[in-house]
Write a protein that binds this ligand. Structure first.
Ligand code: BES
Ligand code: ZN
Ligand code: ZN
Length: 476
C-alpha cells in the first residue's frame, strides 16, 4: 500500500501534485511563464488535470472541475486521482508531494483516497514482483486543513478495503473456509477486535443445517466466524450485526454451473465476508464508538460424493425446513443460519452482504448494489446517503409480500428458489424469513468483482461494502 505522511514544507525537488480551485491559486514562483500559460489555457478548456513533465520530475495540477452535488465532486476527484496515479507511475516517480489549496477538506481527502485505492495491486503470485510493482510508494501531504488524524483515519479505511480486496483476490487454492477464518483472526489481532471461530463440530452441535448441507460436497470443513468489536464508549447498547456470505468458491454443487465461464469469478463468492471483515477492521482501527458484531459462515460449494442434492429437505439453525431445488442457491442456505444466529443479539440493525444472485448483477450491473429489507425508511435513507457519499450506490428493491409466495414448497416450510421472475427479490425474501429484527440485505453480485480496471476500482475484488459500512456506522 502507498504510505501517507504529512509535511509542513513544500520541497521544490520532488514531483508534485497541486489541487487548486483555479490557476490563480498556484504559487507563481514554482512555475515558469510557459507552464503557467499552458495551465491557464487548459483550465479555460475545462480540463480538470494538467500534467507537466519536467524530465527530472512530474508536476500535475488538478482542478475540482464543474460545480455539481458535493458527492459527485468527490467522486470526480477520486476518478481524476486514479488518472494522476497512472501518470505518476508512467513517469516512474517513487514519491510525490501532494499540495491542496482547497478549503473543503472532504474534497482533498477524496482525492487522496482515490490515489490510495488506485495504487492497489495484487502481486502475491508473480515470480518477479518488483518488475510488476507500481513506482509510486509514498505520498507526502502538504495541507493546512487536513490533520494528522484525518490522514490516519483515511489510511485505516483504505487498509480495510485492501484487506477485503486481498481476500477476494485469493483463489480457493489458498483461501479455504479455514484460511478465511485464520485471516479474519489475524485482522482482529491487528485492529483490536475479538474473533471466535466455530469449527465443524461446534457448527454441528449448533445444528446449522444450511451451512452443513452446503459443505457436504466439500473435502474441507466449514467455519463460522464471530467478530466482536465492543468499545467501552459505544453509543449503542444493541449491536449492529454485519453478516457476510463466505462461499470461498461456488461451483454450483450438483446443480453445477452450466458453463465453465460462469465459474470464472466464483472465488469472489466470499465478497460479502470480505466486506464484513474489512469494515470491522477499519471501524476497530479507527476506534469508532460503535458496537459491532460480524458473522461469517464459510464453506466452498462443490459437487463432492456426499453433496447435498436437489429435493433434499434441510432443517436450518432456527428449525425452519427448506426444500432444496437448486444447490447453486447456496448463499441463502448459509446466510439463513447466520441470520437466525443473529437473533440472540437483539440487533439494533442487521445488514447482510452477499454476492447472492446473478439476477441482481443483471438488473443493476457493476455500478450499484441491490438493497431491500425490513429496516425503517430513515435507516434506508441514511444508508442510501452513505452510498452516495462513498459512491457505492444502492438501488432499493421492494420486499412486497407477494414475492414471498414464490417460495412456498409442497413438502417443507420453504423452498430455496423462487422461479424465473425477480430472482434477486425472492432470494431476499428467503433471507427475510430468518430475521426478527430491523434488517437490510445488500446483494453485491454486480459491483463486488470486476474484470477490468474502473478508475480507482481495480480489476478483481473491489472491496465494495467496506467504505459504505464504515461511513454509515460512523454516523449511526
Ligand atoms: N454466487 C452466485 C451468484 C452470482 C452470480 C454472483 C454471478 C456473482 C456473479 C449464487 O450462489 C448463485 O449461483 N445464484 C443463482 C441462484 C439461482 C439458482 C436461484 C443464480 O443467480 O443463478
Ligand atoms: Zn451458487
Ligand atoms: Zn454463490
Amino acid at each position: 500500500m502507498i504510505t501517507l505522511s504529512k509535511a509542513n514544507r513544500l520541497s521544490a525537488k520532488s514531483s508534485i501534485i497541486f489541487l487548486v480551485e483555479k490557476p490563480e491559486g498556484l504559487e507563481k514562483t514554482l512555475f515558469n511563464k510557459e507552464e503557467l500559460n499552458y495551465i491557464e489555457k487548459e483550465f479555460r478548456k475545462k480540463k480538470t488535470q494538467v500534467v507537466i513533465n519536467r524530465f527530472s520530475k512530474i508536476v500535475l495540477v488538478q482542478f475540482p472541475g464543474k460545480k455539481v452535488e458535493a458527492f459527485m465532486m468527490k467522486e470526480n476527484l477520486r476518478k481524476d486521482a486514479s488518472k494522476a496515479v497512472k501518470a505518476v507511475n508512467g513517469f516512474g516517480a517513487e514519491k510525490i508531494v501532494f499540495s491542496s489549496k482547497l478549503d473543503k477538506k472532504e474534497l482533498t481527502l477524496a482525492f487522496i483516497e482515490g490515489m490510495m485505492l488506485a495504487g492497489y495491486q495484487f502481486l502475491k503470485y508473480f515470480g518477479d514482483k518488483k518488475k510488476k510493482e507500481n513506482s509510486l510508494k509514498e505520498i507526502v501531504v502538504h495541507d493546512r486543513s487536513v490533520s494528522g488524524e484525518d490522514i490516519l483515519e483515511l489510511e485505516n479505511i483504505v487498509k480495510g478495503v485492501v484487506l477485503a480486496r486481498n481476500l477476494i483476490n485469493e483463489p480457493l487454492s489458498f483461501l479455504t473456509a479455514n484460511q478465511l477464518a485464520e485471516e479474519i483472526k489475524s485482522a482482529g489481532k491487528e485492529a483490536g477486535f475479538k474473533v471466535e471461530v466455530f469449527e465443524k463440530k461446534r457448527i454441528e452441535s449448533l445444528k446449522m443445517g444450511g451451512l452443513l448441507a452446503v459443505n457436504r460436497g466439500s473435502m474441507d470443513p466449514p467455519t463460522f466466524s464471530v467478530l466482536e468489536y465492543k468499545p467501552k464508549n459505544a453509543r449503542n447498547k444493541k449491536p449492529y450485526v454485519l453478516v457476510g456470505k463466505g462461499i470461498v468458491f461456488d461451483t454450483g454443487g450438483l446443480s453445477l454451473k452450466p458453463t465453465a465461464g460462469s465459474m470464472d469469478a466464483m472465488k469472489s463468492d466470499m465478497s460479502g465476508a470480505a466486506a464484513v471483515a474489512g469494515a470491522v477492521y477499519s471501524i476497530a482501527k479507527n476506534k469508532l464508538p460503535v458496537y459491532v458484531i460480524g458473522l461469517v459462515p464459510a464453506t466452498d460449494n462443490r459437487p463432492g460424493q456426499n453433496a447435498y442434492a436437489p429435493q433434499d429437505v434441510i432443517k436450518m439453525y432456527d428449525g425452519t425446513t427448506v426444500e432444496v431445488l437448486n444447490t447453486d442457491a447456496e448463499g441463502r442456505m448459509i446466510l439463513a443460519d447466520a441470520l437466525g444466529y443473529a437473533k440472540q443479539y437483539k440487533p439494533e440493525l442487521t445488514i447482510d452482504l452477499a454476492t447472492l444472485t446473478g439476477a441482481a448483477a443483471v438488473a443493476v450491473g457493476r455500478n450499484a448494489t441491490v438493497a431491500m429489507g425490513t429496516a425503517s425508511k430513515k435507516v434506508f435513507s441514511d444508508l442510501t446517503k452513505s452510498g452516495e457519499n462513498v459512491y457505492e450506490r444502492l438501488v432499493i428493491f421492494p420486499s412486497w409480500e407477494e414475492y414471498g409466495e414464490q417460495l412456498k414448497s409442497s413438502v417443507a416450510d420453504l423452498k430455496n428458489i423462487g422461479g424465473r421472475e425477480a430472482g434477486a427479490i425472492t432470494a431476499g425474501k428467503f433471507l427475510e424469513h430468518f430475521t426478527d429484527y430491523p434488517w437490510i440485505h445488500l446483494d453485491i453480485a454486480g459491483p463486488a468483482y470486476i474484470d477490468s480496471d474502473d478508475a480507482y476500482r481495480t480489476k478483481g475484488g473491489t472491496g465494495v461494502g467496506v467504505r459504505l459500512l464504515y461511513d454509515f456506522l460512523k454516523k449511526a
